[in-house]
Design a protein around this ligand. Structure first.
Ligand code: FES
Length: 357
């Protein structure tokens, strides 16, 4: 069992991947000093270095087409983490590939709505055309095919993405034509959003490096017009039928409450004083209004649950409330917010809110 090809220590830690261990391709371009300098540029964007890990993984993927053992090592060295810790993150997210990826990554949504509208038939047809299964790359290196869980575009189902750009409302024939065009080296325009690049190109964008020559070109690409038709169908039908959502109870605005109570708007939330004759803070008054306005028992329970005075949900610990990005003093990296409190474990940091009495 291996988490990353050639990375047994990561496998020993995560045990997440039962795929075969593949040697690095002989034509894999090595990571260079430029990669390392760009990694440091990413790190400099964050107040805590380890916060840079996710874009750094996209960066090494943009050079080598996947998160190679060399890429894991570079991230670990630059961030002061162990390779096992970096491997644990890289194997958790499906956008980090553990085997070399083709020029394009084609993802077919086979989740519920897309599937009932033909997503699985699309996946099966592309699999047959390419001679590959999920997470495999065609022999010519052009396409890596994967099935995907909901791509958050159910109103355009069934959807296919190429390098994370959307191709909406596909069917078997349109998807086969799309993949055939990609294999010919063409880049059909996505249905909406930015123009298509390739897997390494989009990985570089996800690392935070623009592929466009200047800010105006980048904005023009990112702000490309989209087809909102399916998204707005419900709104159009409601308008035709004269339907509208019930008005939301309006909580008193913070500024109005502050003005009426004499509280300086610059004061923090914790120091807001009661605003009226009820002896409650504006947040409490708004929560009371939401509970009072709830029509059904379920709505009432939901509103009560969000009340500032509601008890902590069972099982939620103080550690869950920590911002979790900085390893508390005396702990190994990667242990913040995990597991029960124990000897030597810090459960209250300087940023940890105090539990209400
Ligand atoms: S089910 Fe396919 S995008 Fe949601």
């Amino acid at each position: 069992m291996s988490a990353l090809p050639g990375s047994p220590e990561a496998a020993a830690t995560t045990g997440l991947d039962d795929g075969p261990v593949l040697p690095a391709p002989i034509d894999l371009p090595p990571l260079t000093e430029r990669t390392r300098l760009e990694a440091r540029e990413i790190i400099a964007r964050y107040p805590v270095p380890r916060s840079a890990l996710l874009p750094m993984l996209h960066l090494v993927q943009s050079y080598q087409g996947y998160v190679s053992p060399e890429g894991v090592a570079l991230c670990a060295e630059e961030l002061g983490l162990t390779k096992a810790e970096v491997g644990a993150v890289a194997t958790f997210y499906t956008m980090y590939k553990r085997r070399p990826t083709g020029r394009h990554l084609v993802s077919v949504c086979t989740n519920t709505l897309c599937s009932v509208l033909g997503g699985q038939r699309i996946m099966d047809a592309l699999s047959a055309d390419l001679g590959v299964h999920h997470d495999e790359t065609a022999a010519d290196g052009s396409i890596t095919l994967e099935h995907a869980e909901c791509l958050a575009a159910c109103d355009y189902a069934p959807v296919v993405t190429v390098d994370y750009e959307f191709y909406d409302q596909q069917d078997v024939e349109s998807a086969r034509a799309l993949v055939a065009a990609l294999r010919r080296g063409e880049k059909p325009a996505p249905t909406r959003g930015a123009p298509l690049t390739d897997f390494r190109g989009i990985s570089r964008q996800l690392a935070g490096f623009s592929q466009y020559p200047d800010a105006a070109a980048a904005a023009a690409a990112i702000d490309a017009p989209g087809a909102l038709g399916p998204t707005l169908v419900g709104l159009r039908l409601a308008e035709e039928r004269g339907e509208s959502a019930p008005a939301m109870p309006q909580p008193p605005s913070a500024s109005a409450s502050a003005a009426s109570s004499g509280v300086d708007a610059g004061e923090s939330r914790e120091t807001v004083r009661p605003s009226g004759g009820t002896g409650e803070t504006p947040g409490q008054e708004a929560a009371e209004a939401r509970v009072a306005a709830a029509d059904t028992p379920a709505e009432k329970a939901g509103a009560a649950g969000s009340h500032p005075d509601a008890p902590e949900p069972a099982g939620r610990s103080l550690a869950d409330q920590d911002d979790g990005t900085e390893t508390p003093a005396g702990q190994e990296p990667g242990t913040s917010g995990q597991g029960p409190a124990g000897p030597g474990r810090v459960v209250e940091g300087k940023n940890t809110p105090k539990r209400k009495s």
